[in-house]
Each structure stands twice: as structure tokens, then as C-alpha cells.
Design a protein around this ligand. Structure first.
Ligand SMILES: *[C@@H]1O[C@H](CO)[C@@H](O)[C@H](O)[C@H]1NC(C)=O
Ligand SMILES: *[C@@H]1O[C@H](CO)[C@@H](O)[C@H](O)[C@H]1NC(C)=O
Ligand SMILES: *[C@@H]1O[C@H](CO)[C@@H](O)[C@H](O)[C@H]1NC(C)=O
Length: 577
């Protein structure tokens, strides 16, 4: 297992340079070479300690005994289970050097009784790797939380879930056990297993270092509140590779609940995520720093919010990178947090008089979104977002549900939901150094009534913005596209964008047929000395460059488009439309 882990980490460092320092990489490679000479693994069959695996008899004592014995081997060992079996158990504690290997046709069933779990809520996990070194769970078998047995009735929006009445619970509405806990551990791995029907979070990685969750399938009931996927709290060097996660609560959550434990070096590479909340949620609880977080090659499907970055406390966030991601976001019932935004980056205090940190350097590159609502980038009076890049980003707005839209959702936090607003494809307020480059907005058919502007920048709160090659295509002739009305909170700049959208009726083909040189010839290199707007209309086709504080626009859209990799279906689809 050490070899698997080390290989993953070497991959992690290679994939995302900057994620690992050179000396760390060298140490990992040395460890990899050493571990490839490891002796034959020691197997510890659960059957030999009397585990029956009939799905009814508690096998807790037998399973724990085999783990404890296996841990006595200096090189550790692998606890094996019979095929075609169902092992019911109370809490299982994995010890140093031990891995549980669950065969494909076998299930470990989480006990449902209060006495199956320890005294305190913070220790409630079905399987826990606590202060554990080089331990894990592998195989293609299933760990089943039996969440459905906790739920009874409810509505079509959300099920009613039973909670234990226990004084140790922080919140009575979440007084239920998690499925798997990785606490204060190092070199821990979950590899290939199926984590099924958790009644709370499926995986909780807390205050740990060097952890890999690889090729796991995580499935949770879409109507059970708080049944989330992977939650990473205050941990360092975590790799999530190729996981497929579908849950009601966030698929992946990254947070810092303790001021003394930040999150650093996280790589999420590949995988498919779906959630009735956010597919990816960074922050919300943000008491310590987040730095060097890389998400790439991910497909987000049917989520209420795609990627959420929410700073609410004193911890700061720096160096967040999202590359090669497709996002599909749509409305669900309001009881679930989100508002169909593909991207939602916000920095605002949790409550009055709460100290707040800063968000610096967030990049979205090669991100393709299909969504019912627009992107929201909102700092606040207390915290301006510094350095945000949208490069090769496409957003196509498409009606998918009948839920009412037309609100700005600042949740989580005290600002809540602002109703009765038009939805802009891209909304920005309180931000500095924002770079939009090769950004494409498509208003699809049929339109939603609340759809408004392509790009809305709240006046006087956004500085040093560079918009280069923003393409707007209106297939729907949506109701507000033509209006000239500019609301009191709208910048006069936006009046231009509106007008342009309203006028834009040419086919997309003509749009693309525009000669790059022609445009370049007109604009050339141009640096404005003060805030100004340059709008160039050619052949009924529009290029826009906003120059706020002397930024240069480049018109090389054609060459960029042709340089794109063929595996970006959405860009191609738009191009052929
Ligand atoms: C982009 O991500 C997809 C998976 O979503 C992957 O198949 C593809 O290879 C990635 N492309 C690049 C250039 O990494
Ligand atoms: C993910 O993307 C990176 C670069 O963006 C690429 O090198 C890598 O091969 C991709 N991985 C997969 C699994 O597609
Ligand atoms: C933003 O764009 C400007 C001009 O195109 C460039 O000078 C600057 O380095 C860019 N910033 C980032 C963070 O990419």
C-alpha cells in the first residue's frame, strides 16, 4: 500500500508543480524505490477469528480481534473478508499498518444502535482510522451506512431523519454517525471501495497528513440532509483521484474548523461529482488558512452549485486553481443550499463583528458551464477579492427546471438571499485585479424570465479589471436583452453590454468568421489612462474590451480557439451551433 500511496503522491507532485516542494518530491521518490522491495504482504483472514458474515450476527468482536492481531506484525498486514458476505458490526477501529480488504461481492454493514458507537459524538464513525500510520481500506467491496433505515417519511424535498438524543452532539439535527473517519493519521488510503448510503458524511479527513482517496464510488440518498461525500478539515497533502460522488450534501468539502490547522496541498484530479448542494465547497468554516488547492479534469453534473469558495472567518485563501472542468448546475428546492450558480466565490463575514481574512489568486481555466443561473464573484466591504482569473471559460445559460430564480444567494452567512434581482451570466462586486480572457456567454433557448446581463460589474467596488475577448451570443432573445433600462445599482458600463446584447442577432458562425486581424487593426494596442469603455462593433458582431486602469486587450481569439484541445466538447458544440 505504501507503494500505491507513494506512487500517487509522486503523480500528485508531477501533475501539479508547485504542489510539492522539491525536497518533498525527492523524499517520496526515494520511499517509492524502497517500498518496491517490500516483502510479501501478510494476510489476516477475519474468518479465523469467527466472523460469520451473515448480515444479522454482530461480527464486531471477531473483526476487531483480527485487526488487533494483524497490527502486531511489524510490517502491518491485510485483513481479508470472505466473498459474497455481509458483515454487520459496531464501530471498527483500524490500527497502524493494517488495511481492510473488502472483496467486490462483500459488504460491511454499519450498526444502527446507539451502543454500537463510543461515548462522544466526535468519535462516531463506523470505521475509524485514528492516529493511524499507513492504514487503509481497499478492494471493490461496499461499506454500507444503511442510511435508508434512519429515514422515515418527509416530503419530496427532504426526508425526515432520525437523530440520537445525546448530550455530546454539537447540533441535535446532525446527531448521527459518519461512515469513515481519518483522524490525526498519516499515509492513509481509501482505494476502490464503494461507500454507500451514509446517513452523515461518507468520509471525514481531519487533522491528517498524506492521505489518498482513489477510485472510490460514493453514493448517498439525495433526500437525506447532511449526507455528504468527502469532508477535508485542517489536513495537509491530500489527493483525491477519480472518485465518483453523488450526495445530497456537498460532494467534496474543504474546511478549517480549527484556527491551528490549515489545509495545504490538495489535489483533486479526475472524477465525477453530483450534489443537491455544492459539488465542491471550499470554506464556509474558514478559521485557518487554505493554500495550494488544485482541482482538475473534473466533471460536475446536475448540482445545485458547482464550485463554491466561501470565506466567512479569519482564515485566508490563496492559490486556488480550477482547470479543465465541466459544470452543469441547476435549481433544486431552496431548502438545499445553492442557486444554480456554476461558480460562486464570496468573501464576507459570517456574522457582525467576525474577523475575516482574504481570498487571493483564484484561477478558473478551461471551464465550461451549462447552468440556469450565472456566476457570482462577491467580496464585501470587509474583504475584497484580490486576483481572479477566468480564462477560456464558457457559460451557456439553459432553462432546465421550473423552480423560480431571480435571486442572489449569498448563503452561507448573514447576508442570506436577496430576492427580485436579474440574473447576470457573470456578476462581480468587491474585487481587485480581475482578468477575464476568452470568455463566452451564450443565452440558450428557451429563456428564463429573470435573465439579465452578460457581465455585471457593480460600480466603484471593482478595480483593475481586464476583459479581453468576451463573446456574447443570444439564441433566446431573452426579455431583458433589449431593454435599455439601467437599474440604480447597475453601472453605466452595463448599459453598453445590454445594448450590445440586444443588437446581437447574427449567427454564431458569422461571429466566429470575424477576422482577428480586422479587430486587431481597429483596436491595436491601446492603454487607457483612466476608466473607459471601448466597444467595437463590426459586421453586427461584437468585441468588447473594458479597460479600467490601463490594461491592454489582445484580439487573438481565432488562434486561441484553434489551439484548443479536441476534448473540450462544449466549446466545440458552441462553435458548430
Ligand atoms: C480533461 O478532463 C477530462 C475528464 O473530465 C479528461 O478526460 C481529459 O483528458 C482532460 N483533458 C486534459 C487536457 O487534461
Ligand atoms: C489532468 O490534467 C493534467 C493537466 O491539466 C494532465 O496532465 C493529466 O494527464 C490529466 N489527468 C487525467 C486523468 O486526465
Ligand atoms: C491580468 O491581465 C493583465 C493584462 O492582460 C496582465 O498584465 C496581468 O498579469 C494579468 N493578471 C493575472 C493574474 O493573470
Amino acid at each position: 500500500m505504501r507503494r500505491i500511496l507513494v506512487t500517487m503522491l509522486v503523480l500528485m507532485c508531477a501533475l501539479a508543480p508547485g504542489l510539492c516542494q522539491e525536497e518533498e518530491l525527492a523524499a517520496l521518490e526515494a520511499a517509492a524505490a524502497e517500498s518496491s522491495a517490500a516483502p510479501v504482504e501478510i494476510l489476516c483472514p477475519a474468518k479465523e477469528h469467527g466472523a460469520v458474515g451473515d448480515g444479522e450476527t454482530y461480527d464486531t468482536v471477531a473483526i476487531q480481534a483480527v485487526i488487533d492481531e494483524c497490527a502486531l506484525h511489524p510490517e502491518g498486514g491485510v485483513v481479508t473478508f470472505e466473498e459474497d458476505s455481509r458483515y454487520l458490526s459496531a464501530q471498527i477501529i483500524v490500527k497502524n499498518g493494517v488495511r481492510l480488504r473488502i472483496p467486490k461481492t462483500t459488504t460491511l454493514l454499519a450498526g444502527l444502535k446507539r451502543e454500537d458507537y463510543p461515548k462522544n459524538y466526535e468519535d462516531w464513525y463506523f470505521i475509524v482510522l485514528s492516529k493511524c500510520n499507513a492504514c487503509g481500506i481497499e478492494g471493490e467491496g461496499r461499506v454500507d451506512g444503511q442510511g435508508s433505515l434512519w429515514a422515515s417519511g418527509g416530503t419530496a424535498e427532504q426526508k425526515i431523519v432520525k437523530n440520537w438524543d445525546d448530550a455530546s452532539c454539537i447540533m441535535q439535527k446532525e446527531c448521527r454517525p459518519h461512515l469513515i473517519g481519518i483522524k490525526e493519521s498519516t499515509l492513509a488510503t481509501l482505494d476502490g471501495v464503494e461507500l454507500y448510503d451514509a446517513v452523515h458524511w461518507a468520509v471525514h479527513i481531519v487533522h491528517s497528513e498524506t492521505v489518498a482517496v482513489n477510485n472510490c464510488n460514493i453514493w448517498g440518498d439525495q433526500l437525506i440532509p447532511n449526507s455528504g461525500g468527502i469532508v477535508i478539515d485542517g489536513s495537509r497533502r491530500v489527493y483525491l483521484g477519480g472518485n465518483i460522488i453523488s450526495t445530497a450534501d456537498n460532494a467534496i468539502t474543504v474546511k478549517t474548523t480549527s484556527a491551528s490547522h490549515g489545509v495545504e496541498y490538495l489535489l483533486v484530479d479526475g472524477g465525477i461529482l453530483q450534489s443537491r448542494s455544492s459539488a465542491i465547497q471550499i470554506g464556509h468554516e474558514s478559521r485557518a488558512a487554505f493554500s495550494s488547492l488544485v482541482f482538475q479534469n473534473i466533471s460536475i453534473e446536475q448540482s445545485h452549485r458547482g464550485i463554491a469558495v466561501s470565506l466567512r472567518d479569519q482564515g485566508s485563501m490563496e492559490g486556488l486553481q480550477f482547470t479543465n472542468i465541466t459544470i452543469e448546475s441547476l435549481f433544486y428546492e431552496r431548502i438545499w443550499l445553492g442557486g444554480a450558480e456554476p461558480i460562486h466565490v464570496t468573501a464576507m463575514p459570517r456574522a457582525v463583528n467576525v474577523e475575516i481574512g482574504t481570498i487571493t489568486d483564484v484561477r478558473f481555466q478551461r471551464v465550461t458551464c451549462t447552468s440556469e443561473a450565472g456566476m457570482v464573484v462577491a467580496g464585501s466591504m470587509d474583504s475584497t477579492i484580490e486576483g481572479l482569473v477566468l480564462e477560456d471559460v464558457a457559460i451557456e445559460l439553459v432553462q432546465q427546471t421550473d423552480f423560480a430564480g431571480g435571486f442572489l444567494d449569498y448563503r452561507p452567512g448573514m447576508r442570506g438571499i436577496v430576492d427580485d434581482v436579474q440574473t447576470s451570466a457573470i456578476f462581480i462586486e468587491f474585487a481587485n485585479h480581475v482578468n477575464l480572457s476568452n470568455v463566452e456567454v451564450v443565452w440558450g433557448k428557451p429563456p428564463r424570465p429573470e435573465w439579465g446581463q452578460a457581465l455585471e460589474i457593480t460600480p466603484r467596488t471593482v478595480h483593475a479589471t481586464s476583459v479581453t475577448n468576451l463573446f456574447v451570443h443570444d439564441e433566446s432573445a431573452h426579455p431583458h436583452g433589449k431593454e435599455d433600462h439601467v437599474g440604480s445599482t447597475r453601472s453605466s458600463m452595463m448599459a453598453w453590454v445590454r445594448k450590445i446584447e440586444g443588437n446581437l442577432r447574427s449567427s454564431h458562425k458569422a461571429f466566429l468568421g470575424l477576422e482577428a486581424n480586422a479587430a486587431a487593426g481597429v483596436s491595436g494596442r491601446r492603454a487607457a489612462s483612466s476608466a473607459s469603455v471601448i466597444v467595437i462593433v463590426l459586421l453586427g458582431v461584437v468585441f468588447m474590451v473594458f479597460v479600467v486602469s490601463g490594461v491592454v486587450g489582445h484580439f487573438d481569439m481565432r488562434s486561441k480557439r484553434h489551439a484548443r484541445a479536441p476534448d473540450e466538447p462544449h466549446f466545440d458544440k458552441i462553435a458548430q451551433a
